[in-house]
Design a protein around this ligand. Structure first.
Ligand code: SF4
Length: 469
């Protein structure tokens, strides 16, 4: 689309649907990006305008390869601002937002190449879609691969760390946080569509907003800072269980735990923290974030604030250079930490990871033997923790009911797929996935619980129950 190429758009569209224009500059890769963005917008029910006048907002997909291409991009942005006024910039030049906002401060948003989600967030903000079941190909929540009652919500992409065993920062780039209002809108839509539990994910959830310098946005007329503590507090009010994954033990986690301690908040008393190891030398060799943290001290502070906090973590055994003494430190640490859910991986090389070239790789049979010892310890801890739940009352969410009438549920301490289950084998006729109810625990093994329903009233998500661990 260019000014000279203006064509009248299809009559009547504007009154029926939001319409977006696209100026696509640069190479075929940029063109494919433009096509993908337009495809997503069409699937959401947006119309596409061939000219500025017919568009409610315009996306300019820029090129920044050569100086002439940069100049052309800036010129195209200027033209779109003059002719339409609502302009979202994406593409290669968007990798340097200040370069664009310095010349064109009135653009609504700037995103980098391949950042489809961010472009769509910006479009939703500038021109909210008008729901129309006859033209909208996708549900407002997008296509979900999870059951209807829970959903994953990604709050950022990429990671600023450089753990030596990981290639995610090379593949996905540095931390890029979504605007708070876009996350909140998605969370609300999920709840409206019947989701009862939202699993917040990213590579580094605790770092949310760092790249945005924790800027302030507006959500429903209120100030919303792009910081995980503020975001978690806001999410805790959307009317669903909110579960945080991939949080590192940064100092501000204490503020998150304070919110979790408030039984009226939807923020579950659950932290998924991938500690990976406990020996300071191993952590240093791994180049882990927050490697210097005194994790045991932090854990006991969190538990003082929120006694029913469930902590899940994963660990790597047999990392290059791991000595028997380092491994035993890890086992002792596990005993002291008494985590609620524990997973363990044997170290393996990943193509492109810096750890591959490290000296003193641990022989395969030693890694295997250490994993077995680790799992024995983890199992014993888990069995002891679950045994203490027998006789308590837990609020649970129903995941499914099988043909024999056995309901598979989860407590607040259990995330789907990775943690344990709670089974109810009687009085389940009226239950359905997503129901939330109270259960008295009467049996436990190393990983799972069994119990009986206490109430027949399903669906009240935030019933207060006494702390039970
Ligand atoms: S393992 Fe380390 S580098 Fe990889 S995503 Fe997590 S924090 Fe980032």
């Amino acid at each position: 689309m260019s000014k000279s190429g203006h064509q009248p758009r299809a009559g009547g569209l504007k009154s029926e649907q939001a319409v977006i224009g696209m100026v696509s500059l640069g190479c075929p890769k940029a063109l494919v990006d433009s096509e993908r963005i337009l495809t997503r917008l069409r699937a959401e029910g947006y119309g596409i305008s061939p000219d500025y006048a017919g568009a409610d907002a315009v996306i300019v997909n820029t090129c920044g390869f050569l100086d002439t291409a940069k100049a052309e991009s800036l010129q195209a942005i200027g033209e779109a601002l003059r002719e339409n006024g609502k302009v979202i910039v994406t593409g290669c030049l968007g990798a340097n937002p200040e370069y664009i906002t310095g010349r064109h401060p009135k653009v609504l948003a700037v995103t980098g190449p391949h950042q489809y989600e961010q472009v769509l967030d910006a479009v939703h903000m500038a021109v909210p879609p008008i729901p129309d079941p006859f033209i909208q190909l996708m549900p407002s929540t997008g296509v979900k691969l999870t059951p209807r009652h829970y959903a994953y919500l990604k709050i950022s992409e990429g990671c600023n760390h450089k753990c030596r065993f990981c290639i995610i920062p090379d593949m996905r780039g540095r931390l890029l946080s979504r605007p708070g209002h876009a996350i909140m809108r998605e969370a609300e839509k999920l709840v409206e569509s019947g989701v009862r539990e939202i699993l917040v994910i990213s590579q580094d959830t605790g770092a949310y907003g760092l790249d945005r310098k924790h800027d302030h946005g507006i959500w429903k007329g209120e100030n919303l800072r792009s910081h995980i503590v503020d975001l978690a507090r806001a999410l805790g009010e959307v009317g669903a269980w909110i579960r945080l994954h991939y949080v590192y033990p940064y100092p501000h986690v204490r503020d998150l735990v304070s919110i979790m301690a408030d039984s009226k908040s939807g923020l579950l008393p659950y932290l998924d923290i991938p500690f990976q190891h406990a020996h300071p030398e191993t952590l240093r060799r791994m180049a882990r974030p927050a490697a210097g943290t005194k994790a045991l001290d932090e854990i006991s502070k969190w538990r003082r604030t929120c006694p029913n906090l469930a902590i899940r973590s994963t660990f790597i055994v047999g990392y290059p250079g791991e000595t028997e003494e380092e491994f035993e430190t890890l086992l002792d640490w596990l005993q002291d930490a008494q985590l609620d859910r524990i997973g363990c991986f044997k170290y393996e090389n990943v193509e492109g990871a810096r750890a591959n070239a490290m000296p003193n790789h641990v022989p395969e049979e030693v890694k295997r033997e250490r994993r077995e010892r680790f799992m024995q310890k983890a199992q014993a801890i888990s069995a002891g923790k679950l045994a203490k739940k027998v006789g308590t009352v837990q609020e649970v969410i129903v995941d499914e009911i099988d043909g024999d009438g056995i309901a598979t549920c989860r407590t607040k301490a259990d995330a789907p797929e990775i943690d344990g289950c709670l089974f109810i084998d009687s009085n389940t006729d009226d239950l359905k996935p997503g129901d939330i109810l109270q259960v008295k625990i009467d049996e436990a093994n190393e990983y799972d619980l069994w119990g009986q329903r206490l109430d027949a009233s399903c669906g009240a998500p935030f019933t207060d129950i006494p702390a039970s661990r």
